[in-house]
Design a protein around this ligand. Structure first.
Ligand code: ZN
Length: 241
């Protein structure tokens, strides 16, 4: 039984559709009836299209993809996954094996780097963000989603790696993961200071887009889409000429 449904336009189907809220927690239960995507996925596509209307012609890379949309739509799209047992740089099922914190991808390779709900699962987000900035070309953007807890003033680390072993600082929380054993440990609860941390870790200013538009099937909590532009004019602190 649905909580509500409405007609609208799905950016991922690129067609009119019906959006169905199967549960009041819209973030995970407000589906496009056609493609079954959830609001944050549609929000990311909306923001990407707004910032880079020509993204289908660009070099787009995604870490840990969750939908086929970009594969289908973007001829130069490539993707990587963290595979424990596949040597870095090799391919498995069409995905390049990479550790986001230490990629084997050459610098200045991409125009767009996408991560969807990945950063709350990495142990060293500062390394991952610096790596993404390295593999982006000048003028390139990192477009990503990650839950930002508005009521949490300070970002909290939930788990860390010590000598290769996971140390839980808080009760373990897991999210679904399409590969490996089907669950991903949440390593960070990002708080209101997340934007500051992104800027500190990436070295560039970031923007935070929040869309609420039921006609686009976008409503619910934790729908922030972050965009970090790799460009000298956007560097923090600004470099003197
Ligand atoms: Zn759809």
């Amino acid at each position: 039984m649905s909580v509500f449904e409405n007609h609208g336009y799905c950016a991922i189907c690129m067609k009119p559709t019906t959006f169905v809220a199967e549960n009041a927690w819209l973030r995970d239960h407000y589906f496009c009836q056609r493609c079954r995507t959830i609001p944050r996925q549609r929000a990311l596509v909306e923001v990407l299209t707004m910032i880079r209307p020509n993204w289908r012609k660009l070099m787009v890379h995604e870490s840990s993809p969750s939908m086929e949309f970009f594969f289908r739509e973007c001829p130069r799209y490539t993707a990587s996954q963290f595979f424990d047992k596949v040597p870095r740089g090799e391919y498995r099922h069409g995905f390049r094996s990479e550790n986001l914190e230490q990629m084997t991808i050459p610098s200045a390779s991409f125009d767009v780097f996408i991560t969807q709900d990945v950063f709350e699962h990495v142990f060293n987000p500062e390394l991952a963000m610096a790596e993404i900035m390295r593999v982006l070309r000048t003028g390139g953007i990192h477009v990503f989603t990650a839950p930002k807890h508005k009521s949490l003033l300070k970002t909290t680390r939930r788990a860390k790696l010590a000598d290769g072993r996971i140390e839980h600082l808080l009760e373990p929380v897991y999210h679904g993961n399409p590969i490996s054993d089907g669950k991903s440990l949440v390593t960070f609860d990002y708080g209101a200071d997340f934007d500051d941390l992104i800027q500190e870790w990436s070295g560039y200013r970031t923007c935070n887009f929040i869309i609420r538009n039921r006609n686009l099937g976008i409503d619910g909590e934790f729908l922030d889409v972050f965009v970090t532009l790799k460009d000298r004019v956007n560097q923090v602190p600004p470099q003197s000429a």
